[in-house]
Design a protein around this ligand. Structure first.
Ligand code: AKG
Ligand code: FE2
Length: 309
């Protein structure tokens, strides 16, 4: 609040009108650094044309038999006019392309993969935080669905704000996203708010984008599905998130993706699905790297490895 002294009376000046909040859209040629700069400043950023249309066609065709059969959700968070289908890595091999998209993966690595040092007998060892898939879900918002309550996805990891992020999401537009059909609502800058402040709907802006584009946003950014005010326009999103490897996955990838299917993915995707140790020693089986579950016939007598060096 600013005051001006006039005739010795203090007159309250109207607050400067805040610049209208918006979500920046970067072209697909944007560098990872640029994506990360905007994410750190605004908490979310749209990248135009993140996915090739052919990849999206393959993914949508694989998912259609599930999405067309799954019942609507419940009245509030999941949505009585919303269809949700998870376990995407079990349902479409094209999930790998969505996960390995360079802007998403690159931004996650920059934001989540910290160095961590601990003392050892011979000095100090430094390891890097690994990433793991946390949630995968297609979300189809039908006409008549109201706006989802605004929320932070990182509630699941008991985060306090502001603070380091535990996970980062990408939300791809599998159909065009319009203000009318329920484009995701994002509250720019809300990742910097403390826990006492909660958003109002009029602080949220719709992530309007065309099919194939995507919204990357931090786990600490307030957001929610928008209201679908159209008569016949379904809005479909595909969400994936990557979390720090030493936390629990939101969706239990070990139980929803059968190992036979995991084996068909490239090594890096297997690791991101959780078949990798989070150093120094989180997630082992028989004190070995958990990838042995995919390669060894009998894991019961492998012998312990010295994981803490
Ligand atoms: O459907 C959307 O646009 C967002 C959904 C969402 O944020 C959630 O279910 O956590
Ligand atoms: Fe969410």
């Amino acid at each position: 609040m600013r005051f001006r002294k006039r005739n010795r009376i203090l007159i309250e000046m109207p607050a400067q009108p805040a610049s209208p909040p918006s979500i920046v859209t970067l072209p697909s040629s944007a560098a990872i650094d640029q994506v990360v700069d905007v994410l750190r400043r605004d908490g979310g950023v749209i990248i135009a044309d993140m996915l090739e249309q052919g990849v999206l066609d393959r993914f949508n065709a694989d998912l259609e038999p599930y999405l067309s059969r799954v019942p609507f959700g419940e009245a509030s968070f999941t949505g009585a006019k919303t269809r949700r289908c998870a376990a995407l890595f079990a349902k479409s091999m094209a999930s790998a392309d969505l996960l390995m998209q360079p802007h998403f993966l690159g931004a996650c690595e920059r934001i989540l993969a910290d160095d961590y040092s601990y003392p050892t007998a011979t000095g100090t060892t430094t390891v890097k935080t690994t990433l793991q898939v946390s949630v995968t879900q297609a979300i189809q918002i039908w006409p008549g669905q109201g706006a989802q309550p605004l929320h932070r996805d990182d509630y699941l990891h008991h985060r306090r704000h502001p603070g380091p992020d535990s996970q980062v999401q990408v939300l791809y537009a599998a159909t065009d996203f319009t203000e009318q059909n329920g484009a995701t609502l994002v509250v720019p800058g809300s990742h910097l708010w403390d826990d006492a402040r909660t958003p109002c709907l009029d602080e949220a802006v719709p992530a309007v984008m065309r099919r194939g584009s995507g919204l990357i946003y931090l786990g600490s950014t307030y957001h929610g599905g928008g209201q679908n005010r159209t008569a016949d326009d379904l809005r479909t999103a595909i969400i994936m998130s990557l979390a720090r490897g030493y936390l629990r996955q939101e969706e239990n990838q070990y139980l929803v993706v059968p190992q036979d299917i995991v084996r068909r993915y490239p090594l890096r995707v297997q690791q991101l699905l959780g078949y990798a140790l989070s150093p120094p020693f989180c997630g082992w089986i028989e004190m070995c790297d958990p990838s042995v579950a995919l390669t060894e016939a009998d894991i019961s007598v492998l012998g312990a490895r010295d994981l803490l060096t």
